[in-house]
Structure formats: C-alpha cells, structure tokens
Design a binder for this molecule. Structure first.
Ligand SMILES: [Zn+2]
Length: 152
C-alpha cells in the first residue's frame, strides 16, 4: 500500500485527517494528522498505560508553526545590538554637526520626522537595521564595544 504523503510502500496504512482532507498514510506520516478511525481502546486499559493513541499529539503539531514564530521573535530580541548608553544623544549631535534637520535625516532613513525625534529623545529604540543605517549616514558609532579582556 502506498502512502499518499511520502509515497512509501508500506504493509499497513491508516486513514488520517490532515488539514481538511483524508489521506491514506504510512504509520510515520500518520503521526502528523488525526486518525479518522481511532483504534478501539479496551475498557480495561488505563489511559495512563503509556504509548498508543494520544489525541494531544495532533494538537501539538497544529500549533508548531506558531511556536516556531515565537522562537524567532525571541531570537531577534536576544540578537539586538548593545548600544552605547548615550546613543540617542550621539545621533542628535552627529545630525546637528551635519546641519541636517530631523526631516532631512528622516528622509534619508525612509522614516518620518516624528520617528527621528522619538529616536533622538531616546523614547524609541530603532531596530538593528536602522541603527546600522544611522551609523552609516551620520558616521557615528552607536554600538557598545565589547569590553576588552584584561583591562579595567
Ligand atoms: Zn508516509
């Protein structure tokens, strides 16, 4: 019998519901869906006897995509560059040194003037990509240098 998902020829397939369609799948692929005809459970068997059909598994699979997204968000947060404590002041000083108005800097960054003002007041921490752009445009260093080892 051929599995409709991986195409493997297996002696035993089962009918499984997977995203609104019923497929005939090999035991490996069947784990990704919900069995259409769950095997009858003997009344004597305790639900905690281990192994066998676990309805929770299908639910865990269904939320897998969302969990991966959350992990990616978390990673981005960890990956945020560490900035110097006065990063927002450095931006304003560098911008004024170039005699750019917040509007001019905003245009170059593809941001609104209000965003530039929020950044300079320190109330908005720009994403890493924007930090790099600002550093490049204003020729300033906003990222905190890693502390040199063995010096104090
Ligand atoms: Zn398969």
């Amino acid at each position: 019998m051929l599995c409709e998902m991986c195409g493997k020829d297996v002696p035993l397939t089962s009918r499984v519901r997977l995203e609104h369609s019923i497929l005939t799948l090999c035991p490996d692929c069947a784990r990704f869906g919900t069995p259409v005809d769950p095997p009858p459970v003997p009344p004597s068997a305790s639900p905690n006897s281990g192994g066998g059909f676990r309805p929770g598994l299908a639910v865990a699979r269904a939320t897998g995509t969302r969990r991966r997204l959350e992990e990616r968000d978390l990673y981005q947060e960890i990956g945020e560059m560490e900035l110097v404590p006065d990063w927002n002041r450095r931006i304003r000083v560098a911008r004024e040194a170039l005699q750019w108005t917040p509007e001019v800097l905003g245009k170059k960054l593809n941001e609104k003037k209000s965003v530039v003002l929020k950044i300079e007041s320190g109330s908005f921490r720009p994403p890493d990509a924007l930090i790099r752009k600002i550093e490049h445009l204003l020729k300033v260093r906003l990222r905190a240098e890693p502390e040199p080892p063995g010096q104090s």
